[in-house]
Ligand binder design. Structure first.
Ligand code: NBP
Length: 483
């Protein structure tokens, strides 16, 4: 009797992301075993797309496990959180040593670290995989950031690289990131950078609208032009598309009838929480998350503020000023660079803390295609970290340092203009503050330390001596060395 055909990989969880990844795998010639808690989704996928490749239909997790070649690879694409643990708990008793469970959802990296450790004790591999690119990416080629053990990548890597997006030079946008939760951590920071990238575009849009006086259709042309410059990126490209869209119902620009309250699903918040815990100054990402939170403040509060709070702004004399439009473009580029610099610095710090040995040039290379933050800039970021080069901060890389030097007067002018015109530009301005904070020879933190020592005996260091010191503020004000 002929040997029953086995699948190279199984996918459980066939909502939009799981279904599209399963189809992507099948389209690349892999036999894919399909499973979903409710069998309707499995049958719907087979009915609509069963001819796209080799699928094996299964109804139970036992059938799924039995349909796979060994070591088994099972991709879980269920809702992040408790459902992932529920599926793992059901799978574990059915598996053998060296089988690989893959979580391709948006799981929080501490959960991935916990799951990896628990499954390693049972001799199983658990791989948390960051997948970026949404539904479309999942089907046609996402950017893929796998963590887990190096050994699991030997078996899993070729499959994932096959279905990943390819950069212009043909390189797969998939590479092993590092152990346990490294993949999900990097995906989380990627999402944080995405928040900042969108926020700086939003700030530019608001300044072009309310200072330069450009209508959305005119702005669409401006963003399309900017997409031919060093700002060239997917997000700038689609900004031009969104701004030229006309609302069929009212005939107005669509952007003018969309409610100005931005939603979020939580990965930006996670990035900022982790940054706070590890002491990383990701101000651009944090301001972007807070800007969304502010936009979602109750309507009544915003209306009351508009009616009661003074504006204190000066007259606008910048309408139609071409030089100002170029200033905004340059400020956007510098602020975006700061957001990337901060995100990468967060990765560098986390890499040391978790022992991940993250390769920043490789990570930048994975974001060049398939994901939302794909941009020309990533090519320059890769170059900045190439061959083991490790600038302490991305902004120190000569290519970026020189551009910022040239663009700095524009950046400062835009922040001043925004401030004087009462237009919030939190990432433009906080990124400039970060840049200036980095380069200041003396920070006001010296006074903060004095205050902390005054009210809480928290001690301070001296610039001219080793050790820690405390001043007897309520006594004779003499200084004592405490260590
Ligand atoms: P959802 O996040 O909407 O989850 C739906 C799936 O989870 C269904 O297959 C459902 O089965 C299954 N499920 C649930 Br809910 N509870 C379960 C349980 N206790 N046991 C077993 N299965 C359970 O699907 P999605 O939108 O395709 O997203 C999947 C993952 O991908 C999520 O982590 C999401 O955050 C992530 N995601 C990523 C991107 C991206 O751009 N990378 C985009 C969208 C989503 P049922 O059919 O029986 O109810």
């Amino acid at each position: 009797m002929a040997e029953e055909k086995k699948a190279q990989i199984g996918v459980t969880g066939l909502a939009v992301m799981g279904a599209n990844l399963a189809r992507n795998l099948a389209r690349h010639g892999h036999t894919v075993a399909l499973h979903n808690r409710s069998v309707e989704k499995t049958d719907a996928l087979l009915a609509e797309h069963g001819d796209e490749g080799d699928f094996i239909r299964t109804e139970t997790l036992q059938e799924l496990v039995d349909s796979l070649e060994k070591p088994r690879r099972i991709l879980i694409m269920v809702k992040a959180g408790a459902p992932v643990d529920a599926v793992i708990d059901q799978l574990v008793p059915l598996l053998d040593a060296d089988d690989i469970i893959i979580d391709g959802g948006n799981s929080h990296f501490p959960d991935t670290i916990r799951r990896e450790s628990a499954l390693a004790e049972k001799g199983l591999h658990f791989v948390g995989v960051g997948v970026s690119g949404g539904e479309e990416g999942a089907l046609n080629g996402p950017s893929i950031m796998p963590g887990g053990s190096a050994k699991s990548y030997e078996s899993l890597g070729p499959l994932l690289e096959d279905i990943s997006a390819k950069a212009d030079d043909g390189t797969p946008c998939c590479a092993w990131i590092g152990t346990d939760g490294a993949g999900h951590f990097v995906k989380m920071v990627h999402n944080g950078i995405e928040y900042a990238d969108m926020q700086v575009i939003g700030e530019a849009y608001e300044l072009l609208r309310d200072v330069a006086g450009l209508e959305p259709a005119e702005q669409s042309k401006t963003f399309a032009d900017w997409n031919q410059t060093e700002l060239s990126s997917y997000l700038i490209e689609i900004t031009a598309e969104v701004l030229k869209q006309v609302d069929a119902k009212t005939g107005k620009p669509l952007v003018d009838v969309v409610v100005d309250a931005a939603g979020m699903k939580g990965t930006g918040t996670w990035t900022v929480m982790s940054a706070l815990e590890q002491g990383s100054a990701v101000t651009a990402i944090a301001e972007s998350v807070f800007a969304r939170a502010l936009s979602s403040t109750e309507r009544e509060t915003r209306l009351e503020a508009q009616e009661t709070l003074a504006a204190g702004v000066r007259e606008n004399d910048t309408v139609g000023d071409e030089a100002f439009i170029e200033d905004v473009r340059r400020a956007l580029y510098c602020s975006k660079l700061v957001a990337y610099a901060q995100g990468l610095d967060m990765l560098r710090t986390a890499s040391e803390e978790h022992g991940w040995d993250l390769k920043l040039d490789v990570i930048a290379s994975l974001w060049r295609a398939g994901c939302i933050i794909r941009a020309e800039l990533l090519q320059d970021i890769m170059a900045a970290y190439k061959d083991g080069a490790s600038p302490r901060n991305l902004l120190f890389a000569p290519a970026f340092r020189d551009v910022i030097e040239e663009y700095l007067p524009s950046w400062r002018r835009v922040v001043v203009e925004a401030t004087e015109r009462g237009i919030p530009a939190p990432v433009f301005s906080s990124s400039l503050a970060y840049y200036d904070g980095l380069r200041r020879p003396r920070l006001n933190a010296a006074l903060t330390q004095g205050l902390r020592d005054y009210f809480g005996a928290h001690t301070y260091g001296r610039i001219d001596a080793e050790g820690t010191f405390h001043t007897l503020w309520s006594g004779d004000r003499s200084e004592v060395q405490t260590s």
